[in-house]
Design a protein around this ligand. Structure first.
Ligand code: SF4
Length: 337
């Protein structure tokens, strides 16, 4: 347990949490919406600090990040909890645990030093804060990230983007890459996630402005966010920030509370791909589907194949000094350690 960052003390021992866009007003002995921040006599605590529920070594491509140190491994950690309640969450056993479980906080005790040592020892080039929402274990991620940076490791957030401006500005100097979900319209966020779209867009813009490498993921769900209008609006927004931002469009499979929708037809992913191309996005990738040619990277200038992938494995990378070896044009991304 650690005193939280980003909160205000109010009267009657109440507090206002400013870590994410929910801005929860939390009474004494109560928790915020994420159920992992608790007010004890007017002091807000993070209950998940150092309580690691999952740690493993993943290919960076699994985040997914396709333009960030391709072929490298990332030491990936999570605690329980989330500030969203998505009905289709793939990690609901850990993300929703404090809301649906016994209110207890399970996890193995690890210090930031333990995490950074484990990452370095396993030959990883980065630490990813992932599986659940890193914002809700911000204090722990922040301490790990600072230490990791001192020891020459990079830091990656895989997040829903619902982070407050203050928190984004605090972590950005230590963050190298961020894959952010852009899930759909404001109505989708309200109905499916219990959140709003606006703060997510702001985080995508801010992370870019602050120099963090950003890629965007959209899980496409039949009937919920698969209309031409929904997909066009997402693609237009990405282009307005930077057309070089890679857009990962993933196939949905029924899970958790969302079992009355079928898996996304592959043709829908291809339609989204064409919409993104039509809007001017330079790098679009399909996910959760065996679609080999739509998972490779091509030079946006001459069209040459520059990175070939097989699943989450990088098979070949011909980018040199950040440029295409055929036409010498730059390819956006972070390519070397
Ligand atoms: S981090 Fe948790 S407690 Fe804080 S505002 Fe978000 S949901 Fe509420």
């Amino acid at each position: 347990m650690k005193e939280a960052m980003f909160y205000e003390k109010l009267d009657d021992r109440r507090v206002r949490c400013r870590l994410c866009a929910h801005n929860c007003l939390i009474g004494n002995r109560e928790r915020g919406l994420c159920a992992v921040r608790e007010n004890r006599d007017g002091t807000l605590y993070s209950l998940v600090y150092g309580k690691v529920i999952s740690s493993q070594i993943d290919p960076i491509e699994k985040k997914p990040l396709y333009h960030f140190l391709p072929g490298s491994s990332s030491f990936s950690i999570a605690t329980v909890g989330c500030n969203f309640r998505c009905t289709h969450c793939q990690n609901y056993q850990i993300s929703q645990y404090p809301k649906e479980g016994s209110f207890s906080i399970p996890g193995s005790d690890m210090t930031p030093d333990d995490v950074v040592n484990a990452a370095a020892k396993s030959g990883c080039e980065s630490i990813s804060y992932t599986y659940t929402e890193p914002t809700i274990f911000f204090e722990f991620a922040y301490d790990c990230a600072k230490l990791a940076r001192e020891r020459g490791l990079r830091n990656v957030f895989v997040s829903n983007g619902y982070t407050s401006e203050e928190a984004v500005r605090s972590i950005a100097p230590y963050l190298d890459a961020n894959n952010i979900d852009l899930k759909g319209s404001d109505a989708f966020y309200k109905e499916v996630c219990g959140a709003r779209l606006g703060p997510v867009k702001n985080t995508i813009k801010r992370m870019k402005e602050l120099g963090v490498w950003v890629e965007v993921t959209t899980l496409i769900i039949p009937d919920l966010n698969d209309s031409d209008k929904d997909l066009s609006e997402i693609a237009e927004f990405i282009r307005s920030v930077d057309p070089s931002i890679p857009w990962h469009i993933s196939r949905f499979f029924p899970t958790y509370l969302l079992t009355d929708k079928p898996p996304t037809p592959v043709e829908t992913l291809h339609r989204a791909y064409d919409i993104g191309r039509g809007k001017g996005l330079k790098h679009i990738y399909t996910g959760n589907v065996p679609d080999r040619e739509k998972q490779d990277t091509h030079c946006p200038s001459c069209g040459s194949l520059v990175i070939r992938r097989h699943g989450f494995q990088m098979v070949e990378n011909t980018i040199r000094n950040g440029s295409c070896t055929h036409c010498r044009s730059p390819v956006a991304g972070v390519w070397t350690v």
